[in-house]
Design a protein around this ligand. Structure first.
Ligand SMILES: Nc1ncnc2c1ncn2[C@@H]1O[C@H](COP(=O)(O)OP(=O)(O)OP(=O)(O)O)[C@@H](O)[C@H]1O
Length: 365
């Protein structure tokens, strides 16, 4: 069984001030970019990790494709990577080590290149925990976090930028630090222009990023700028933790459309999401549904989960054309979001502990 070793991640740092302080702050930002934003996400094979991690149920975490020849892949080239996981467990113990709480129990699934996978479930169901396990930020089945055979990007809920740089300056700085020294300034400028265009950031390219005090670009633009900075390292896999949190419907849809586009460009994209609107939900290719750390569905998105659950006698009614299946639970109308729909099913008939491998274990009482 896994022990949750705590989250490993980038630090959140803010800089401000004027004059010399500003220059020092900018220098600090450059240094921090080197430390935290460089091709740091790009991890390459270590001999001891060539053997795939193995748990009680056999292989529990496995990747196909990637950088098989070893060494860094060429900049700009995205190597297709499939990630499969089975029997993932994750637990935390209290300080005295007397009681153990399972955050994930025997969770399985698959993420493929060219497809956008959403990890869905109610608040506290284990979405971020699973994302962190898959991204190698937590221990897996009691073993230290694994090295990856491929480049990956992790987009956090909080966006970390130097507020007084423009979008173009932010990307140029990231490109300066991440592209090989051999690339000429002209190549880097063209690279940045391409990224601005690909991520829909041309219109705000010369706007300051801004912060809570000084208005800058919108939340959705910040999220797309985060993606743009990460894309410089040509990640095979993109992890995004709740990428639509805090965004209005329009911006949320634009961010998800960008992620869908990146999947179509060959990246394997995995995001966690709490309660997507119908218009966002229909961008997903695959979903993993969790409740209380247990898997209740892993497979194609769209109408297939509904068909799956209808086999067990559960039917969700549409309310709006663009948000069917995906509403908050409304006891008067008896309509459910996916998360609540599944919790209802579990509470009535099962405990999550009866659900080791999703589909196979689902039987109506
Ligand atoms: N380091 C930790 N120590 C103890 N409990 C933890 C730890 N990390 C997560 N948890 C607990 O595990 C459960 C799942 O957390 P997680 O953040 O994965 O949920 P989530 O589905 O992403 O929720 P949300 O949608 O609210 O972000 C929660 O009850 C949380 O309190």
């Amino acid at each position: 069984m896994a022990k949750l070793s705590g989250k490993v991640g980038h630090q959140i740092l803010r800089f401000g001030g004027n004059g010399a302080g500003q220059i020092l702050a900018a220098a600090a930002v450059v240094l921090l970019f080197c430390l935290f934003s460089g091709p740091g996400s790009a991890l390459f094979p270590e001999d001891e990790e060539e053997e795939l991690l193995s748990g009680g149920n056999g292989k529990d975490f496995e990747t196909d494709g990637g950088n098989e020849g070893g060494g860094a892949p060429a900049v700009g080239k995205v190597y297709p990577v499939t990630i499969r996981w089975a029997g993932i467990c994750c637990s935390v113990s209290d300080k005295s080590n007397k009681s153990v709480r399972f955050l994930l129990e025997h969770v399985s699934g698959e993420a493929k290149p060219g497809r956008l996978l959403a990890i869905m479930g109610a608040s506290g169901s284990g979405k971020t925990t699973l994302l962190n396990v898959l991204a190698g930020l937590l221990e897996i089945n009691g073993r230290p976090k694994s090295s990856k055979f491929y480049r990956f990007a992790y987009i956090r809920q909080e966006d970390i930028f130097f507020s007084q740089l423009t979008v173009r300056e932010t990307l140029s700085l990231a490109a300066e630090l991440q592209l090989p020294n051999t690339s000429s300034p002209e190549v880097r400028v063209e690279y940045v222009n391409n990224l601005l265009s690909r991520l829909g950031l041309v219109g705000c390219a010369d706007t300051n990023v801004g912060d809570a005090k000084v208005r800058g670009i919108s939340g959705g633009e910040k999220k797309r700028l985060s993606l743009a900075c990460e894309l410089i390292a040509s990640p095979s896999v993109i992890f995004a933790d709740e990428p639509t949190t805090g965004l209005d419907a329009f911006q949320a849809e634009k961010v998800m459309e960008t992620l869908r586009q990146l999947a179509q460009d060959g990246h394997t994209v995995i995001c966690s999401i709490h309660q997507p609107r119908g218009s966002v939900y229909y961008k997903f290719d695959d979903i993993v549904l969790l409740t209380e750390g247990a898997l209740v569905y892993a497979g194609p998105a769209r109408d297939e989960p509904l068909e799956h659950f209808s086999k067990f006698g559960f039917v969700a009614k549409p309310r709006f054309p663009f948000s069917r299946l995906l509403l908050n639970y409304d006891s008067q109308l008896n309509e459910f979001s996916f998360g609540h729909y599944i919790i209802h099913l579990l509470n009535d008939n099962h405990s999550p502990h009866d659900c080791p491998l999703g589909e196979a274990s689902w039987q109506m009482a």
